[in-house]
Design a protein around this ligand. Structure first.
Ligand SMILES: Cc1cc2nc3c(=O)[nH]c(=O)nc-3n(C[C@H](O)[C@H](O)[C@H](O)COP(=O)(O)OP(=O)(O)OC[C@H]3O[C@@H](n4cnc5c(N)ncnc54)[C@H](O)[C@@H]3O)c2cc1C
Length: 333
């Protein structure tokens, strides 16, 4: 019997999120490395026929679906037992989740039910000589990349942030849906408790990070909130977006949604300009897909220079105001 690699397809506003397609592409690669594996998907929601068809277009040979009005919005009360039930009946070998807000809560909860482990926020995935999943995760403050294996229990589970894997062209396969009937999963489940009724999203301010051609990123070396305002002004004048490292969030200069790296976003702008950033793996793995990387750091030995196309060894306090001065504001007519 062939092995199975599952990808959980998360929905947002009734549509499959992009990370599911990225994971399907990676799963195809893993299946090839295993030699005898099928790529399949799990999908929970309400009225999801069209979305299931999309998963087949992206190479999922079987879509395990639970479709019910009670599943319109994510709730751990329903989603966790349903996914655990599906895995217990089909025994997938590998199961991949997007490391989104929902995926980061859902995946480990399902893993706990199945008495397996989950490698969270992976920066790469591979198959070793024993045809087991190797999940690569930055460890010890990002100084080393740890290889996580979970070879003795099934499924081997991992989560990956959106943007880490690149979408490849779809490889359509015939649509095959295996439906888990509501009467089966509702049997014995208490649905009278906490119930989600609506999702309210705060619209993002400014240009979304993952759509910006130019990203100006600040780290701990920016040094002050006054300098941070200059960094924002530079981004505005360049028509770009502002990003940050973890310490800039901790200092209160930037909001967490701007953070780039393993616990933040993965970005691929045409140009990335970093100020006062050391180049820790946790950050670099979120920006190393950028086109041109320009870094400013007063330490000539800073690791960030190893991943930079242009290096400026100097003090942010001197360079940043000069740059803002030099770049004319973008004028829109
Ligand atoms: C589980 C885990 C997950 C994490 N996830 C993330 C993540 O998603 N994203 C992330 O960014 N971090 C993350 N981190 C933190 C990460 O490991 C690093 O600590 C962080 O990226 C370092 O940020 P930094 O480069 O701004 O600061 P630092 O490492 O302190 O570097 C500051 C740099 O600024 C330079 N500098 C100082 N003053 C000046 C000046 N005046 N002019 C010019 N240069 C100057 C210094 O030489 C130094 O190189 C995570 C850590 C853990 C443990």
């Amino acid at each position: 019997m062939s092995k199975k690699i599952w990808v959980h397809a998360e929905l947002a506003d009734g549509k499959i999120t992009g990370v599911a397609f990225e994971l399907l592409c990676k799963a195809r690669e893993l299946a090839e490395a295993m030699g005898d594996a099928e790529v399949e998907a799990t999908l929970l929601g309400s009225g999801v026929e069209k979305e299931a068809a999309l998963l087949a277009e992206w190479g999922a040979t079987t879509i395990h679906v639970a479709d019910d009005p009670d599943l319109r919005l994510y709730s751990p009360v329903t989603y966790v037992p349903i996914l655990a039930q599906l895995a217990a009946s089909h025994l997938p070998d590998i199961w991949l989740f997007g490391a989104t807000a929902i995926g980061s809560a859902l995946g480990p909860a399902v893993a706990a039910r199945l008495k397996t482990g989950m490698a969270a926020h992976c920066v790469d995935l591979g198959i070793n000589g024993e045809k087991k999943l190797t999940a690569l995760v930055p460890s010890f403050g990002g100084k080393v990349i740890g290889e996580i294996l979970c070879p003795n229990v099934k499924p081997q589970m991992a989560s990956v942030k959106p943007g880490i894997f690149v979408k490849k062209p779809p490889v359509p396969v015939p649509l095959r849906v295996e439906k888990l009937e509501s009467s089966v999963w509702k049997n014995g489940l208490d649905l009278k408790g906490l119930k989600p009724v609506n999702v309210v999203r705060r619209p993002p301010e400014g240009l979304p990070l993952n759509e910006a051609d130019v990203v100006v990123c600040g780290g701990y070396g920016v040094g002050s909130v006054e300098n941070w305002r200059l960094l924002e002004e530079l981004a505005r004048r360049l028509g770009g977006a502002v990003a940050c490292t973890r310490p800039a969030v901790d200092e209160g200069w930037a909001e967490e949604h701007c953070m780039v790296g393993t616990s933040g976003q993965s970005i691929r702008p045409k140009v990335y300009i970093g100020f006062g950033i050391s180049g820790a793996t946790h950050h670099v793995c979120g920006m190393n897909g950028a086109g041109v990387v320009i870094s400013v750091n007063r330490d000539a030995e800073a690791p960030v220079f190893e991943v930079s196309d242009f290096r400026a060894v100097g003090d942010v306090n001197g360079i940043l105001p000069l740059l803002v001065e030099a770049v004319k504001p973008k004028i829109s007519w």
